[in-house]
Design a protein around this ligand. Structure first.
Ligand code: NAP
Length: 508
């Protein structure tokens, strides 16, 4: 193939994934004047999580004007929180507006990446059978992408439709149906809300209750949208709303220590919400969590407690024994006859770019490097994997933050590492093993004290039980992303011929 021509004045960039992060990288490189950019997207359309998730009620719980690229504000958002459908349309429009559609190779999965030290260059193997070379890889393959499919006895025997929330079956009839929802995270909760208006009966199978943070939701009127269009400062004001940021900081400053007053304050708000909104004492106790608020990702909702109290909505807290052809049988013998079962059971958050195989220097594979847990230097780079940069990779901030802002800040950091490569002062860059080891030790020590480690199950925890997240506050993240510490990186200088010198790699 090669729409990446051998123009050696410009670096060749391979971006993996055309979701929020990959589109960002493509736009930034394109705007910088880079001419050799290929975005590999395994699906037939862009949008990542917003393409995959099409479940009824899908809404982003970051305010719409904050969940927008800083350089592409959108006056047309329908309300304070936007729906998944309009967010997906937004990414499609932005990609077109910024001229990056021709750079995306749809239906093309990257199966392997192998670093050839002799050149140096990354060799990519594609699902089309093609091979291609890239100087730089931007991994933007997402974190919540691979569905976690629970091992539920008898599921295959169920006569109705059963599917994961991220693989919605459009042929399932919802109106007037009896629907079971397994899981009570952000997804399960939003499903209960939407289906409480459509189904004859909803049974939410709740293994653990969730803390619900009350938030406002309201539509933007045509007049408001017109005002946003005429005066983008109004949208900036919403993005920078001090109240919104005060809430973010309360959470991010508090999360670093699960005994912090901020987390206690957050829990008090959630508890007050539960006490005030849920009138039936038995239901209230079913919905009362027994772990600290913020340990699982907080559910932001303006309507869950209203919806779950509607007629026909039932919260089942017992243990599932087995699925049967007609529905679900509980261990206490209760039968729930159902037409549809939605598995809102979350994602395998430790996969990242995998199952693609990534082989760095000296044959080091990503599976080996990530044997204990996925790890990256400041969530972006990895020793042994030169010229490979991740957006929203392992150890990125997660929780109730605007992930677009995270990716934009990570891009600022990445660009500074790219600068010497672009200037041809260096042909490769990677963090030193010592710098990364010291960073990861600090990160793990801090992560153990965070609210995510306060004694609950959540998708942040790695297989050793340590949160795989950014464990410091948001401000600390912003400061870290302002610029990489040069001494933590190893640059391979360019020779006159542009090739590397054997001796200059860090030995291992
Ligand atoms: P999740 O938060 O991981 O929740 C999975 C749910 O399934 C939990 O309630 C879990 O119970 C339950 N579960 C898992 N396996 C089960 C089993 N074998 N039997 C019974 N229950 C089981 O997944 P999610 O709700 O899809 O959300 C994932 C993340 O996606 C969120 O945290 C958020 O970051 C993002 N998201 C965001 C939005 C948004 O509005 N911005 C919307 C949806 C998702 P336990 O709690 O007991 O483990």
């Amino acid at each position: 193939m090669h729409h990446m021509r051998a123009d050696r004045n410009n670096l060749r960039y391979a971006i993996i994934g055309a979701g929020m992060s990959g589109i960002l990288a493509a736009i930034k490189l394109h705007q910088h004047g880079e001419t050799q950019i290929a975005v590999f997207e395994k699906a037939a359309a862009l949008g990542g999580t917003w393409r995959d998730n099409r479940y009824p009620g899908l809404t982003c719980d970051t305010p719409s004007h904050a969940y927008s690229y800083s350089f592409a504000l959108n006056p047309d958002w329908s309300g304070y929180y936007a729906t998944g459908v309009e967010i997906n349309a937004y990414f499609t429009k932005v990609a077109a507006d910024f001229g990056i559609m021709p750079l995306i190779r749809f239906n093309t999965e990257v199966l392997s990446c192998r670093f050839d030290e002799g050149q140096p260059v990354w060799q990519l193997g594609l699902s089309t059978g093609e091979r291609m070379e890239a100087d730089v890889i931007i991994v933007a393959s997402g974190v919540l992408h691979h569905p976690n499919l629970p091992d539920l006895a008898g599921l295959a025997s169920f006569r109705g439709k059963a599917f994961h929330s991220a693989s919605w079956d459009d042929s399932a009839i919802l109106d007037g149906a009896r629907i079971g929802i397994i899981g009570g995270g952000s997804t399960g909760t939003q499903l209960v809300n939407a289906l409480s208006r459509r189904a004859a009966r909803v049974v939410q199978f709740q293994r653990s209750p969730q803390w619900i943070m009350p938030v406002p939701q309201f539509p933007y009127s045509a007049a408001e949208r017109e005002a946003f269009r005429k005066d983008p400062a109004l949208m900036e004001a919403i993005r920078n709303d001090p109240q919104y940021w005060a809430n973010i900081y309360r959470f991010t400053d508090g999360l670093t220590d699960f005994t912090s007053p901020q987390m206690a304050e957050i829990e008090a708000i959630c508890r007050q919400n539960l006490e005030a909104k849920v009138t039936d004492p038995a239901l209230r106790e079913k919905l009362r969590p027994n772990y600290p608020a913020g340990c699982k990702r907080l559910i932001y909702s303006w309507e869950y407690y209203d919806c779950v109290q509607r007629p026909g909505i039932y919260v089942e807290t017992g243990k599932i024994e087995t699925m049967i052809p007609a529905g679900v049988r509980m261990q206490d013998g209760t039968l729930h006859p159902l037409d549809v079962i939605v598995l809102a059971t979350g994602f395998k958050a430790d996969q990242f770019i995998r199952p693609a195989t990534v082989t760095g220097r000296n044959g080091l594979t990503l599976d080996t490097f990530w044997d204990t847990r996925p790890t990256a230097h400041y969530a972006v780079t990895m020793p042994g994997f030169p010229n490979l940069f991740m957006l929203n990779g392992p150890g990125s901030p997660v929780g109730n933050f605007p992930l677009i802002d995270i990716a934009e800040r990570q891009w600022v950091y990445i660009e500074q590492l790219l600068a010497p490569l672009r200037a041809r002062h260096a042909v490769a860059v990677e963090p030193t093993r010592a710098a990364h080891a010291a960073y990861e030790a600090r990160r793990i020590a801090a992560a153990r004290k965070t609210i995510f480690a306060a004694g609950c199950t959540n998708w942040y925890l790695d297989k050793t039980g340590i949160p795989g997240t950014w464990p410091w506050g948001y401000q600390a993240f912003a400061e870290a992303m302002a610029g990489p510490a040069a001494e933590e990186f190893h640059f391979i200088p360019a020779t006159d011929s542009g090739a590397r010198k054997q001796s200059t790699w860090e030995s291992r």
